[in-house]
Ligand binder design. Structure first.
Ligand code: SER
Ligand code: ZN
Length: 512
C-alpha cells in the first residue's frame, strides 16, 4: 500500500516578527528538509517518501506551513521536529514558539489491487473518506495533541490491518498438522450430548448455551481434573491461583481483546444507584405483571463496565502489572480453575462441545524466552502421554492462528521461528476425532504468547532479560465431549485409570 500525507498547520509565535525573519525561517525549512527530516531514514529511500515542507508563509505572529510525506518522517513527526528546530533558531532573537493549529490533515492511500476499500466513515477523527478506484482519500480533523498522540499512525495501521484481513479473508485461519495419533476404531457412535440428555446426566440451563451438569457428568469432569492435577499440573510444578471472572475494559485494553472481542462477550452492567426507591418501580412492575421490565432496567444501569471471563488468563496480569520480578522466582508456573468462561456462540442447537458457559483449567507460565519455550514443550510431552497412554484417544495437533490474534479479530499467523510442536510463538491446538459426525473437535491448546502480556501489563525481569509467557486452556466440556464420543457412556469401555478416578456411577435424582 502506498501512502501520501499532506498536513497544513500554523505555528504561533510569541511576537509579531518583521519581514526580515522570512529569510531565516525559509532557511530553517531548507535545513529541515535536507537534514533534520532525514535523520533516522535508511539510505536509498526516495525523496518523495520523506517528510518535506512544501509551503511556508510568515504572517505577523504565526507561520503557515504545508508538509507532505510518504511513510518516512511522516508529516506530524516532521511538524514537531520543525517546531523544535524553529524554537532554537528564533530563541536567539527572543521570539518564542507557541501552539500549533492544524488546518487540514489528508491521507491518500493507494490500495493494492484486489483489496476492497474499507468503510472508514464512522471512525473518530475522520471528516470525510472517499475513494477514486483504489485510491482512498481521507480527511482528518485533528488537534495538535492528537498529532502528538500519533492518531494518524493508528488510523493508517487500521487501514493496513483491514487490507491484510481482506487478503486472509478467503483463507480462514492458519492450520498446519504437526502430530497425529494412531487411528482408533472410528465406527459410528452416538452423539454423547444426546446420550447424556437421554440418561439424565445433564439438562439445559435456562440461559443460552448453558447446561446444568448432573452428578454423573460432574464425576467425569472431576476425574479429568484429577488426571490433569496428578499427571500434568502437579509433576510440572504449577501452583493454584484464583483469577477474577468479571473483566473490566482496562484488562482487555491491555490484552488486546478490546480490538475485536465485542461480538462474542457477555456484557456486564451495574446499577446507577443502590437506592431501593430508585428500583422500586422495577420490582413493582414485576410483582404486578410477572414480567421483568428490561427496557426500564436499561435506563437504570451504567456501563457496561466490561464483560464476563472470556479467555481466562488476561485477568491474572494485573497481579504483576508494573512489577519487576526477581530472577529466582522465575519461571513462574500457575493455574486457575476457579470459575466459568463465557462466549456468545453462534446460534442454533449445539451439544456440550459448543457452549456459551464453560469450565476450563487455565495454565499459565512466564519467564525468559528459553524458560517459556521449555515449559511449553514439557507440557506438550505430558499431554501427549496422557492422551496416548491413559485416555487412549484418537487425536492430533496442529499449529493454528495464535489465539491472541484470533481473539483480536486478526487472521493469519505470527512468523514461525522454530520447528517443534511448541517451540516458537504461537498456538498449538489439540483436536479429537468425533466418530458421530466424523469431524475433529479442538479440546485444548498450548500457546507461547511471546512478550505480548508482559509488555501490555508492563512486567519486567530483574536481569533485564526479555519476559515471555505462555498459557494452555483445558476445556472440561470439550474433554468430556471428546472422550465420550470415542469411548461411549458405558464405563465398561473406559480406560482403567479413568474408571478408577470417575468412581461408581451415582445418580441422585430419579424422574417419574
Ligand atoms: N487463554 C487461551 C484461550 O483463550 C487459553 O485458554 O484460548
Ligand atoms: Zn490463556
Amino acid at each position: 500500500m502506498q501512502v501520501h500525507f499532506t498536513l497544513k498547520a500554523s505555528v504561533q509565535l510569541s511576537a509579531i516578527i518583521s519581514p526580515d525573519f522570512e529569510d531565516i525561517i525559509r532557511k530553517a525549512a531548507e535545513e529541515a528538509n535536507n537534514v533534520i527530516f532525514r535523520k533516522g531514514v535508511p539510505s536509498g529511500i526516495d525523496d518523495s517518501e520523506i517528510g518535506r515542507i512544501t509551503g511556508i508563509t510568515v504572517k505577523e505572529n504565526y507561520i503557515e506551513i504545508t508538509i507532505e510525506s510518504g511513510t518516512y518522517t511522516r508529516v506530524h513527526d516532521a511538524l514537531f521536529r520543525f517546531r523544535k528546530y524553529l524554537a532554537q533558531i528564533l530563541g536567539k532573537y527572543r521570539v518564542g514558539v507557541r501552539g500549533i493549529e492544524v488546518h487540514s490533515y489528508d491521507i491518500t492511500a493507494t490500495l493494492d489491487s484486489g483489496v476492497p476499500v474499507p468503510n472508514l466513515s464512522k471512525l473518530p477523527f475522520v471528516k470525510s473518506a472517499r475513494n477514486d478506484e483504489n485510491k482512498l482519500i481521507i480527511s482528518l480533523s485533528l488537534s495538535a495533541s492528537d498529532l502528538e498522540n500519533k492518531v494518524p499512525d493508528r488510523i493508517l495501521r487500521l487501514i493496513e490491518e483491514k487490507a491484510e484481513a481482506s487478503q486472509y479473508g478467503g483463507k480462514g485461519e492458519h492450520w498446519d498438522l504437526i502430530f497425529e495419533s494412531e487411528q482408533k476404531n472410528r465406527s459410528k457412535k452416538e452423539n454423547p450430548t444426546d446420550e447424556m440428555l437421554a440418561k439424565g446426566w445433564i439438562k439445559h440451563g435456562l440461559s443460552r448455551g448453558q447446561w446444568i451438569y448432573g452428578p454423573e457428568a460432574v464425576r467425569l469432569f472431576r476425574a479429568f481434573e484429577r488426571l490433569v492435577m496428578e499427571k500434568i499440573i502437579g509433576p510440572l510444578g504449577f501452583t493454584e491461583m484464583i483469577f477474577p471472572k468479571l473483566v473490566p475494559w482496562e484488562v482487555w485494553m491491555k490484552s488486546g481483546h478490546a480490538k475485536g472481542v465485542y461480538p462474542e462477550i457477555y456484557y456486564v452492567s451495574v446499577p446507577k444507584t443502590r437506592d431501593p426507591l430508585f428500583w422500586e418501580e422495577v420490582s413493582d412492575y414485576f410483582k404486578v405483571t410477572g414480567e421483568v421490565p428490561v427496557d426500564l432496567i436499561r435506563d437504570k444501569i451504567d456501563g457496561p463496565i466490561g464483560g464476563l471471563c472470556y479467555a481466562q488468563c488476561p485477568s491474572f496480569w494485573p497481579f504483576l502489572q508494573g512489577e519487576t520480578l526477581t530472577n529466582d522466582c522465575l519461571p513462574a508456573k500457575i493455574f486457575d480453575r476457579s470459575g466459568t468462561s463465557h462466549r456468545y456462540e453462534s446460534g442454533g442447537i449445539h451439544g456440550i462441545e459448543r457452549v456459551d458457559e464453560f469450565h476450563r483449567i487455565e495454565i499459565l507460565w512466564l519467564g525468559t524466552p528459553e524458560e517459556t519455550v521449555a515449559i511449553a514443550e514439557s507440557l506438550h510431552e505430558a499431554y501427549k502421554k496422557v492422551f496416548i497412554e491413559i485416555m487412549e484417544l484418537d487425536w492430533r495437533c496442529a499449529r493454528v492462528t495464535p489465539w491472541f490474534m484470533a481473539q483480536e479479530g486478526l487472521l493469519g499467523d505470527v512468523k514461525e521461528t522454530g520447528t517443534g510442536c511448541c517451540s516458537s510463538i504461537g498456538t498449538t491446538d489439540y483436536e479429537a476425532f468425533l466418530p458421530y459426525n466424523e469431524t475433529w473437535l479442538e479440546f485444548q491448546n498450548v500457546s507461547i504468547n511471546g512478550d505480548k502480556y508482559p509488555k501490555g501489563f508492563n512486567v519486567k525481569i530483574q536481569s533485564g532479560s526479555e519476559c515471555w509467557s505462555g498459557c494452555s486452556g483445558i476445556g472440561l466440556e470439550r474433554w468430556t465431549a471428546a472422550f465420550l464420543a470415542q469411548k461411549g457412556l458405558d464405563m465398561a469401555g473406559w480406560p482403567e485409570l479413568i474408571k478408577e478416578y470417575a468412581g461408581r456411577e451415582k445418580s441422585v435424582f430419579k424422574f417419574c
